[in-house]
Design a protein around this ligand. Structure first.
Ligand SMILES: Cc1cc2nc3c(=O)[nH]c(=O)nc-3n(C[C@H](O)[C@H](O)[C@H](O)COP(=O)(O)O)c2cc1C
Length: 339
């Protein structure tokens, strides 16, 4: 039977899509039939079984030391099979001199490998790719020179990995990073159950928004809805950064100043009220941890409502916008190179 390969990918800002396209090109060069699927554009409830003997490649960014929920849930629904699989992630590569610093995969590759193994697939390669970080709600966007440098360094490695997979080579060198990956595993779990919701809720559209609807139309998960004529980020948002990086008006911001103020207020609340009165109720550290976290979630929910209510007032909106680091011109937006 002729060899063929099928690539499934999810990409927020283009890095994982570029990996998929680099592999597609390399596989074509070896005269092997290849098919490429953007999972955000396919039916994720009724997934077709891959052909038997077809090689499978899955690519997705790392979000909070794990695959993002869209990819994890896709894998959980993936039909059973016994194909050979290469699992890849794209993570936050940075540049120091002539060195591309690695991101952290966390449990992304191991958990996905376990899910697919449990479904009968043969895991042949776990391959992390250090493409430029797109997490611009956290740090300024990398400049074009750095982005081009990282792509130039990393692309030949992806091509080599693709050739290796075609030739039946096993590739598990990333297991060398397992200690750091396991150390961050608790954060990955907290991110999945709590962190991603909190981060999703830090986005808002400023009054520079022209209501063009691009963010809503391009959102892979349909997580942005129009509320009172403006985009609104629902709990489904995976913070993939597509909207923020591609808004033509740069009107999508993260409420940094507001977050800092409410974080300081929360720590004062905990130290002055909680720490004083809780020992009266319980001595248990675990119960304290649980109660503090529950209080934190309730607190965030209240302040989130307040933020969106107050954003209707121009003076408040301007204050939030100008205390957002994303508003500063050096912060920029991330643009992945086109393949
Ligand atoms: C919300 C969020 C969380 C992220 N978490 C991690 C992480 O845990 N480890 C890491 O190395 N990179 C992390 N990154 C960086 C992205 O994985 C990386 O930039 C990736 O190449 C983006 O791929 P994409 O352009 O296909 O979306 C994160 C990015 C975002 C937006």
């Amino acid at each position: 039977m002729e060899k063929s390969l099928c690539i499934y990918y999810f990409s927020g800002t283009g890095n994982a899509r570029n990996v998929a396209q680099i592999i597609e090109r390399e596989v074509w060069r070896h005269n092997v039939a290849v098919q490429i699927n953007d999972i955000s554009k396919t039916d994720r409830l009724h997934i077709k079984s891959p052909q038997s003997n077809e090689l499978l490649v899955l690519v997705s960014p790392v979000h909070g030391f794990n695959y993002p929920p869209i990819m994890l849930h896709y894998l959980l629904r993936f039909p059973k099979g016994n194909n050979e699989v290469m699992l890849m992630n794209t993570r936050a590569g940075m540049r120091i001199g002539n060195w591309v610093t690695p991101g952290i995969s966390g449990i992304s590759l191991y958990l996905s490998a376990l899910i697919l193994r449990w479904k009968g697939y043969k895991i042949r390669s776990l391959y992390p790719v250090d493409f430029p970080s797109n997490w611009i709600s956290l740090h300024p966007a990398l400049n074009k020179k750095t982005i081009d440098f990282i792509y130039h360094q990393v692309t030949p490695k992806i091509e080599k990995a693709a050739r290796g997979f075609l030739n039946g080579k096993r590739e598990f060198t990333c297991v060398r990073e397992c200690i750091i990956d396991l150390l961050v595993a608790p954060i990955a779990i907290l991110y999945y159950f709590i962190g991603r919701f909190v981060i999703a809720k830090t986005f808002y559209a400023s009054q520079d928004c022209t209501k063009c609807g691009l963010c809503e139309r391009n959102c892979a998960i349909h997580a942005i809805k129009t509320v009172n004529g403006k985009p609104f980020w629902t709990f489904q948002c995976e913070s993939c950064m597509n909207c923020m990086n591609n808004c033509p008006q740069k009107a999508i911001e993260t409420a940094h100043g507001f977050i800092i103020v409410i974080a300081i207020a929360f720590s004062i609340l905990v130290s002055s009220v909680f720490d004083r009165y809780l020992p009266v109720i319980t001595d248990s550290k675990w119960l304290k941890f649980l109660l503090e976290n529950m209080l934190f979630i309730a607190y965030i929910a209240v302040f989130y409502r307040l933020l969106h209510f107050m954003l209707r007032f121009r003076w408040f909106e301007r204050m939030v916008v100008f205390t957002s680091l994303t508003k500063l011109s050096f912060w920029g937006r991330y643009k992945a190179p086109k393949q």
